[in-house]
Design a protein around this ligand. Sequence first.
Ligand code: ATP
Ligand code: MG
Length: 383
Amino acid sequence: MSDNNIIDLKNITVEYDGEQVLKGLDLSIRDGEFVTLLGPSGCGKTTTLRIIGGFVEPDSGDVFFDGQRINGVQPYRRQVSTIFQRYALFPHLNVYENIAFGLRVKKVPEKELKVRVREAIELVGLRGFEKRHIDTLSGGQQQRVAIARSLVTRPKVLLLDEPLAALDLKLRKDMQVELKNIQKTLGITFIFVTHDQEEALSMSDTVIVMDKGVIQQIGTPQDIYNEPVNAFVADFIGESNIVDGVMLRDGLVRFAGQSIPCVDKGFEKNEPVDVVIRPEDIDVVEKGKSPLSGTVDSVTFKGVHYEAIVDVDGFKWMIQTTDLIREGEEIGILLNPDDIHVMKKSEYSGMFGDYSSFSDEMDTISQPDYDPEGESLPAEDEE
Ligand SMILES: Nc1ncnc2c1ncn2[C@@H]1O[C@H](COP(=O)(O)OP(=O)(O)OP(=O)(O)O)[C@@H](O)[C@H]1O
Ligand SMILES: [Mg+2]
């Protein structure tokens, strides 16, 4: 455990109804970091946050805060605050009282309470909204109240469970920038949950990719994008062609019927591997001017580039190019050695990375059915 870790999870398991939803999670988070838990629905993101927040006790494993074991410590005694997946604001209280709530519970003297609530209101840009009732606010404004309410208790760690999921795209982008600024201003640790890979890449210092209760990869956004550890991560982050291959020797990999120079090394001679090629890294050249070639199945204009599905040796690749190519055309495919990323085979091999059934659908950003009603409601307590 290094000195500047604010949170350490050691070998955490959680089981519900005989089903393991966290399978021996190990995780360290440095003080002041913006960390994102990223993964598909049901992979255990919220459960991980609830372990840190103290709302769920692990079946086994240890939770450390600043080096102290905190298993069994009540949530309100942890220096951690949570913005829940549904904001759980109190609908019959005004903005001011919603934000003041946590301080009233802690019996903070009225004078100090006033100062801190004002500070929090300033921070999220809600000055003038103090007396407004929650149900008269827009989604974005409610979101700000939820942030202010969590920050007013001055936590060392803020847990944010898909806080932007209920917002439309434009507002979501604005709030991404604002949240990032708030985090920088306060210098506290943010642990942010999302299943939107673009949001994770653009906001985080560190991204933790999860699937089925297991951490698949921890790294900087660049690491995760450029050096995915397996086919799951490669597929989940951005678009990827993932092709079956064989590592002939260091720096030479065989796939699609050709032996192609690459920069990867450290594999066994003739080890079966998965090869990732990002659609934007592929150069389209005249047929015959490169070892690989393919036939264009379809082309879609995307504004910045064309997106083509190309049959390469019976496998459908996605290629993004600014060159005009036409359906039915035969093209050459040129890959620089560092455009190829070789991965070990995993349980995910063969499951992803082929565009034969690709339809041009929107990435699904789930909209949790938004519920402005709170959970437990405090008694009416107006200023
Ligand atoms: N209290 C509970 N009782 C039974 N099963 C639960 C409980 N809480 C979570 N689970 C199950 O544990 C698994 C992980 O749930 P979790 O809420 O952590 O997922 P998530 O990654 O946050 O998903 P989402 O993106 O949909 O919010 C799911 O299969 C879920 O159904
Ligand atoms: Mg969740």
